[in-house]
Design a protein around this ligand. Structure first.
Ligand code: XIL
Length: 405
């Protein structure tokens, strides 16, 4: 089922990483040197105490959190190799950043291409890492053919449901036993608490799923996924869940799904955070506080659902402020003061996550190090530095902060 893994090209790492991997190779904690764990099992409990930071290398993040929750990272077909040293030392779970999305797996109707995803899953398995599957149903990164019939008109309800079922059957069936949790439905609710429809003002916000099937696609997707793999944990994944209206709407939706007997097991909080909340009332970032996020965790877990942080990063840019290109951060303007501020904010959120360890079953970062983050990919020229490791793969103050407790 899986292609064998190609050898990692260590020459691609650069000098710093090469030295780091040399240091790692000398420790028993290096994932490469370790006997593979049972896929899906967390790092062994005693790893946390056996591993001490040394002058050469910091404590392992996932080992430090072994008693709390697995620590994941989103990876791409390059980064799991270029960042292997960090990945294997500090993370015990991965999410494929794009490679399990609809457009990646079934670009053409009926033609499934698992090549990239399988390689990454094989890598994770051979290093004892868990794998989260992301994402089965989303309004983005889904090919147009899904929503059209042979003549280019919108496909019928029955036609779309059958495509939804076929996609989920194939994909969840393919990864059965390897992917322990799926983001089944991603981002079905808008910031104001209303369902995402096909008529949203901005084109890239529209959901053709909703346009053709109404809200029914949500329950159906969970049922199909459960039928395809009854052992997989099924998540509803959403961003900005700290906005009160959105939080409440997601809660009501999940409550109803559970009341209807729909197999939902958890809720994912994306947690694309920023260095401080917005000061602008009405801006989504206004509610981005530890307190609001705590209310969210408590509310969702009151339904008996697992909660996972699924896409964590912490941007230097404050929502609601318009930055001109000359204000974009660079390595030079990401000052020690700013790094300390970022560390403090990361620290507060991790304190919250640790406090709710009995409800939180995973914390995944959306990337590994600052040289490979979607936040820099997106706005042309606007670099961001949102992760725990810098562009040279060295731990940042934020790393120290979240591992000091
Ligand atoms: C992003 C990827 O990181 C980018 O590489 C891609 O171009 C677009 O999607 N919420 C999600 C993720 O659920 O799938 C998104 O990932 C980030 C926002």
């Amino acid at each position: 089922m899986f292609r064998s893994m190609s050898p990692i090209d260590r020459s691609a790492y650069g000098v710093t990483a090469a030295l780091l991997s040399l240091a790692f190779a000398c420790t028993p904690s290096s994932g490469a040197a370790e006997a593979p764990r049972e896929p899906g099992s967390p790092a062994s409990a005693d790893q946390g105490t056996a591993e001490q930071a040394t002058a050469e290398q910091p404590v392992s993040l996932s080992a430090k959190y072994a008693q709390y929750f697995p620590i994941g990272a989103a990876v791409d077909p390059g980064s799991y190799q270029t960042h292997a040293a960090l990945l294997e030392r500090h993370f015990n779970s991965i999410t494929t950043e794009n490679e399990m999305k609809f457009e990646s797996l079934q670009k053409t109707e009926g033609v499934f291409d698992y090549t990239a995803a399988d390689t990454m899953v094989a890598y994770a398995r051979s290093h004892g890492m868990k794998v989260r599957g992301h994402a089965l149903v989303w309004h983005r990164q889904t090919p147009d053919w899904v929503f059209k019939d042979g003549s280019g008109a919108p496909v019928s309800k029955a036609g779309l449901l059958s495509r939804l079922k076929s996609h989920i059957d194939h994909v969840v069936g393919h990864f059965k036993g390897s992917v322990y949790a799926w983001d089944v439905v991603n981002e079905a609710i808008m910031d104001d608490g209303k369902y995402r429809t096909a008529n949203e003002a901005e084109a890239d916000q529209r959901s053709p799923w909703h346009g053709i099937l109404g809200t029914s696609y949500i329950a159906e997707a969970f049922k199909y996924a459960h039928a395809a793999d009854p052992d997989a944990k099924l998540f509803y994944n959403e961003y900005r869940n700290y906005i009160p209206e959105k939080r409440q709407a997601v809660y009501e939706m999940l409550k109803q799904l559970l009341a209807d007997g729909v197999p939902v097991h958890g809720v994912g909080l994306q947690c694309h955070l920023s260095i401080e909340p917005s000061q602008v009332q009405g801006n989504h970032g206004y509610y981005q506080t530890v307190k609001e996020l705590e209310t969210t965790i408590e509310l969702y877990s009151s339904l008996g659902l697992d909660v996972q942080v699924t896409e964590l990063d912490l941007s230097l840019y404050v929502p609601g402020i318009k930055y001109t290109p000359d204000q974009y951060y660079t390595t030079a303007t990401f000052t020690p003061e700013l790094a300390a501020k970022q560390a403090a904010r990361y620290g507060e959120f991790f304190e919250l996550f640790r406090k709710h360890r009995s409800q939180i079953t995973g914390v995944t970062f959306w990337g590994i190090a600052d040289d490979n983050t979607w936040l820099s990919e997106f706005s042309s020229g606007r670099k961001d530095f949102p992760l725990l490791f810098d562009a040279e793969h060295r731990p940042k103050p934020a790393f120290e902060r979240v591992t000091t407790f």
